[in-house]
Design a protein around this ligand. Structure first.
Ligand code: GLA
Length: 734
């Protein structure tokens, strides 16, 4: 998969689908030649790719060629005026560097960078890694660029390491995990942006001269911008055309930018945001960047999403649950918030069991003096006034019902009204002599400190190891402010944001290793940390605090571009919806929540008898079909961002079954017919299609090309506005 031509000094990483080519120039600098569909190159070819067949000689020599050259990892200050991949500062203040090629190594497989999350291999032959060592002699620093190519995916995983040997320290002030110089800029930049309660709206704009970026400086990847984006050709669709998908395997501050020169070259950078980042390296020390990955597709966006789903499910998630059926859970948050006692909780759990649910999750409010938002965070021991038998007793009682027990934690946070704060006021992130900003009365613990992480680990471990816990919801409900570590010297404060993330990952690593049977779900006020980084440790994420079916259609649709369906936590909640006050039918709510890790977020005791029976049927139905929903091949059919309707579907791994949801926002009377064209079926196979209680038989090619025909009035008869229909498609076995 990886070759080096010693005559042309060209590296070629390729599999059946892609080629990634780079070359050493006359100064032993690494120039980028090509990354797209698989090609072959001769000894002459590579120069053509660089500057055009005839102009190459012209650009040689002492001209300022740096600003035209496509770089693998561009430096600052020597004539390349685009956004650099990295900046290192010497003690004398100089930021100039000159890293040139020293050696390279190719090895089978891929090394772990834990606690940092990264793609992995299960067998060495699945992937090959190229490590190219560059050296800056003035500072005596090595820079190693890592590239992994997988045999079966059109993907390249990249990261870098700096290893410093010089006597004087250096300071890394910017470090991208990936730089990719594309030869032209005829792309649309698609990203997933929003805010709390309206995460991941799809935003698309044509690239233009200048810099376009998405970023977070909030200490978490954030609800505002997800660290994933697509560059696609203007005519690329779901089913055809070229696209690159970029994902940063990291959950903290990030920068994803496309810097387009007035020569229409496009430089892509993906890495830790340089704001308030500075990493001092002394002799013998090393800095390891997070990983960034880029997927190529020349067959449209749907195959790209399929590759991300497969890759993330099988080679990013580490949990034993990564490809097993996820339990149907009931979470008490929207039912009780923090006002409950053991009797109330048991009545909710008991009813969940009667409905057929498999796991009961006790959310916020079970610990310390946590009776409202102002207190208790940080005190991870049971509130025995509310729960006299503690978490261990409660978990036993839930286990006796015959269902699993899950527990909510917010490990990174503290209220000032807590025992933790009283005994360790120095554990906060705080800037000396400055006001510390709270949010929801809570402050952020300084997870850049090992002692703080260790303290929380001990507290969590004490609860987890003395109770029957099958699931943990790890929440994180505010962004970071006053980021300063009171134990670090001034010239190491630029490390704190990143060290904080390392602390979070290391706690995840310890807990997931020690308690491998626990299913972790990450959450950050809903989807503010729904990123590839956390998927490594927590195979599912609470997609949004907004559980309104109307809004979830869009959020789940957008999530599907990168994240596998089994990773979206999706629950049916009570109506009117807590966030939007909208009322939707209970079947509509379920029809959308089925396309995820399904559950409920309400007190089933409060449903009518009829509604409760509907819930029992929904759970029985989901148990029978959940593999199709969670691990089927997923297709986006109609975008809810551009239409009054939204539709998506999933086809069982063995092709025997498919489900499509068709959601209509507002009912308009007497409209034209809809032809819903399905995808992913076998053309010449017959299927039975069940819709609104009517069964008919069609060939797969009919369903995919002519479509299922119905109109808005059919939907209106089943609820009018805000109605989702489920289409069940069953292969007729001969
Ligand atoms: C966040 C989560 C909710 C719930 C509350 C509890 O908002 O997203 O699901 O757990 O915290 O405080």
């Amino acid at each position: 998969m990886i070759t080096f031509n010693t005559t042309t000094k060209t590296f070629h990483l390729s599999n059946k689908q892609i080629s990634y080519i780079m070359q050493l120039d006359e100064n032993k600098h690494l120039v980028h030649l090509y990354f797209a569909k698989k090609i072959h190159i001769t000894d002459d070819d590579n120069n053509q790719l660089l500057f055009g067949h005839l102009d190459y000689q012209y650009f040689k020599g002492d001209r300022l060629v740096n600003s035209y050259k496509a770089k693998e990892y561009g430096s600052y200050g020597t004539g390349d005026f685009r956004e650099p991949a990295f900046v290192i500062r010497q003690e004398n203040g100089s930021k100039i560097s000159d890293f040139s090629y020293v050696s390279h190594e190719v090895y089978q497989g891929k090394k772990s960078i834990e606690p940092l999350p990264a793609l992995y291999v299960e067998e060495e032959q699945e992937a090959e890694t190229l490590a190219i060592t560059l050296h800056d002699s003035l500072t005596d620093t090595d820079l190693i660029l890592y590239y992994t190519i997988y045999r079966d995916y059109p993907v390249i995983a990249r990261r870098v390491e700096f290893i410093h040997q010089g006597k004087e320290p250096i300071h890394i002030e910017r470090v991208m995990s990936m730089q990719l110089d594309l030869a032209d800029s005829d792309y649309e930049f698609i990203h997933f942006s929003g805010a709390w309660g309206r995460e991941k709206q799809i935003v698309s704009s044509k690239l233009r001269w200048g810099n376009q970026s998405i970023a977070s400086t909030k200490g978490v990847s954030s609800a505002e911008h997800n660290p994933s984006f697509i560059l696609k050709r203007p005519d690329t669709t779901e089913d055809a055309g070229e696209a690159y998908g970029f994902a940063f395997v990291y959950s903290g501050n990030f920068l994803c930018e496309a810097d387009v020169s007035t020569f229409n070259q496009c430089r892509v950078n993906v890495g830790i945001h340089p704001v308030n980042f500075s990493w001092k390296l002394c002799a013998g020390e090393q800095f390891v960047s997070p990983e960034a990955i880029v997927m190529y597709s020349d067959t449209g966006l749907t195959p790209m999403s399929h590759n991300f789903h497969r890759l993330f499910t099988h080679r990013l998630c580490r949990s034993q649950y990564r490809n097993t059926d996820r339990p149907i859970l009931l979470n008490n948050w929207e039912a009780t918030e923090m006002t409950f006692d053991e009797e109330k909780i048991m009545s909710i759990a008991q009813k969940a069991k009667e409905a057929g649910a498999e796991l009961f999750v006790l959310d916020d409010g079970w610990f310390g003096t946590r009776n409202d938002e102002t207190q208790g965070l940080g005190d991870w021991f049971a509130n025995t006034t509310k729960l006299p038998s503690g978490i261990s007793g409660l978990s036993e009682k839930v286990a006796e019902l015959g269902i699993g027990f899950g527990l909510w934690f917010e490990p990174e946070m503290v209220n000032k009204n807590s025992q933790l704060y009283k005994s360790h006021p120095d554990y906060l992130l705080q800037t000396e002599n400055r006001h510390g900003h709270s949010f929801r009365y809570q402050y952020v613990l300084d997870f850049s400190r090992d002692d703080v992480v260790n303290y929380i680990y001990q507290q969590m471990k004490a609860i987890i190891s003395t109770a029957k816990i099958n699931y943990i919801k790890w929440d994180m409900n505010r962004y970071l402010t006053e980021v300063y570590n009171v134990t670090l010297p001034p010239d190491e404060q630029g490390k704190v944001f990143h060290k904080y993330m390392l602390g979070v990952y290391s706690l995840y690593q310890r807990l997931t290793q020690e308690f491998p049977d626990i299913l972790f779900e990450s959450c950050s006020s809903g989807g503010a940390r729904f990123d590839a980084g956390l998927l490594y440790y927590a195979p599912q994420t609470w997609a949004s605090d907004n559980t309104d079916a109307n809004d979830r259609v869009a959020i789940q649709y957008a999530n599907s571009f990168f994240y596998p369906i089994c990773s979206h936590g999706a629950h049916v909640s009570a109506v009117p919806n807590q966030q939007t006050t909208r009322t939707t039918d209970i079947q509509t709510r379920a029809n959308i929540a089925y396309f995820g890790a399904f559950g409920y977020e309400l007190d089933l005791n409060e449903l009518s008898k009829e509604e409760f029976e509907v819930v029992q049927q929904q759970i029985a139905f989901y148990k029978e079909n959940r593999t199709v929903f969670q691990y089927g091949t997923y297709y986006r059919l109609v975008s809810p961002f551009e239409n009054n309707v939204g539709s998506f579907m999933t086809v069982a791994p063995d092709g025997s079954k498919a489900f499509a949801v068709y959601y209509q926002r507002l009912y308009k009377p007497n409209t034209e017919f809809i032809n819903l064209k399905l995808k992913g079926l076998e053309a010449e196979t017959k299927y039975q299609v069940s819709l609104l209680g009517v069964d008919k038989t069609y060939y797969g090619d009919y369903l995919m090309n002519a479509g299922i025909s119905f109109n808005s009035s059919h939907i209106a008869r089943n609820g009018g506005d805000f109605t989702a229909l489920l289409v069940e498609v069953t292969r007729i076995e001969l």
